[in-house]
Design a protein around this ligand. Structure first.
Ligand SMILES: *Cc1c(COP(=O)(O)O)cnc(C)c1O
Length: 394
């Protein structure tokens, strides 16, 4: 897009990506770091995150969709790209032609893949066989793994490069969660033992997401698949502390900040009710700033009821009314007290002065997780890729 007139943007700090990648690869090493950049890099922009993560020590990338892998290849990314689910049979030719590394877990998928590779005269394709150990989303049942591995071994077009699984509650602090993670890893080991007994020894195994990487040393294995931590957000606040304890105090740095500017200011009398629904009245005559971002950009409508705040001039200020599609109204305090002006920077997520609003803060207010907050920032918000700016001292 040529011109942008609306002052709304997300700063993407690629130095923070590289910093986070170096913390994670330092922690997990000698295991390789796979940077998970699905869903456009959790809303940050997959390409810039992928490049920065590779510069920071990641050697693999992972995406959810063949389409996402193709986009990275078209942009010139050459690193191995893992597809986290088995590609639809219709997408196998493109997956192969683009050298994407398929996850596999069905005989139909293997047949289709083998045929595409054989018919196309491609060199043998290495696959990552996924086993379900308790997440129950995708993956082969334990009892089918050996026969899938045999099908791969019997097909000259395919090669078993890895066996892997995914943890359901590695971020859970409760004893049940830790027990279930241990159970998943035990099931995984048992599956690998059965495969070895049948003569299948994959050169690589992997199991850990960000939470597994931080909290479960036994899950790190040959490669860790990190998403949220790469973006500078620990899977849970407790895991931020656990990570700092493991890395002599090094902390993840948030990569994204969501910023805009005041476009309209006025004073309104006490008792006035703002925005749709006229839900709450001003306690006294107040300065109210209008800010040009709304739920169409990923600022959830419920943020108002739940006590959401923004930063202006380094001060936390509450929303004064319901979030609308394109704009919010902010209570800047008693009239005359706060010199807020059109053009002032407004921070929805990120730091300003000594204050910071994190994706975890929103997630806590909204009853969700940071992942959903970050992925929810809409396509109408331009991502401005830059370095540092010192908003988050190391
Ligand atoms: C999304 C995803 C990851 C990354 O998870 P984080 O919690 O963001 O680190 C890893 N593995 C699989 C299979 C995934 O789907």
């Amino acid at each position: 897009m040529a011109e942008r007139w609306r002052p709304v943007w997300a700063d993407i700090d690629v130095d923070a990506v590289a910093h986070n990648a170096s913390i994670l690869s330092g922690l997990a090493g000698p295991a390789a770091l796979c940077a998970v950049v699905k869903a456009d890099g959790y809303g940050h922009g997959a390409l810039s995150v992928a490049r920065a993560a590779l510069a920071g020590g990641a050697t693999w990338l992972a995406v959810a969709l063949v389409e996402e892998g193709v986009a990275l290849r078209e942009a010139g990314v050459d690193a191995p790209i893992l597809l986290l689910s088995e590609p639809p049979v219709e997408a196998m030719p493109e997956a192969v032609a683009r050298r994407l590394v398929p996850s596999v877990y069905t005989h139909a998928g293997l047949r289709s893949l083998g045929k595409v590779v054989g018919d196309g005269g491609f060199p043998p394709v290495g696959v990552h066989l996924k086993v379900d150990t308790g997440m129950h989303r995708v993956g082969s049942d334990a009892q089918d793994v050996a026969s899938l591995a045999q099908t791969i071994a019997d097909d000259g077009a395919l090669r078993l490069d890895a066996v892997w699984t995914h943890l359901a509650v590695a971020d859970g602090a409760g004893p049940d969660d830790r027990d279930f993670t241990a159970l998943q890893l035990d099931r995984f080991e048992a599956t690998l033992d059965r495969l070895a007994a049948a003569g299948h020894r994959p050169p690589m195994t992997h199991a850990a997401n960000s939470a597994g990487t931080i909290a479960v040393a036994a899950a790190r294995r040959d490669m860790v698949r990190c998403g949220i931590a790469l973006y500078g957000v620990a899977p849970t606040p407790a895991l931020a502390e656990e990570l700092a304890a493991l890395t002599s105090g090094r902390r993840l740095r948030p990569v994204l900040s969501l910023r805009t500017r005041v476009t309209f200011v006025r004073e309104l009398d006490g008792g006035e009710r703002l925005s749709y629904g006229r839900v709450r009245s001003l306690a006294r005559r107040s300065t109210v700033a209008t800010v040009p971002i709304g739920y169409a950009d990923g600022v959830p409508r419920r943020l108002f009821d739940q006590g959401g705040e923004v930063l202006i001039r380094g001060v936390r200020r509450p929303l004064a009314g319901v979030v609308t599609m394109d704009q919010i109204m902010v209570d800047c305090g008693p009239a005359g007290s706060a010199p807020v002006e059109v053009g002032d920077e407004v921070v929805l997520l990120g730091g300003q002065g000594a204050e910071e609003i994190t994706a975890d803060e929103w997630a806590g207010l909204l009853g969700t997780i940071s992942y959903e907050v970050l992925c929810g920032i809409g396509p109408r918000v331009p991502r401005l890729v830059g370095r540092g700016e010192g908003r988050h001292p190391t």
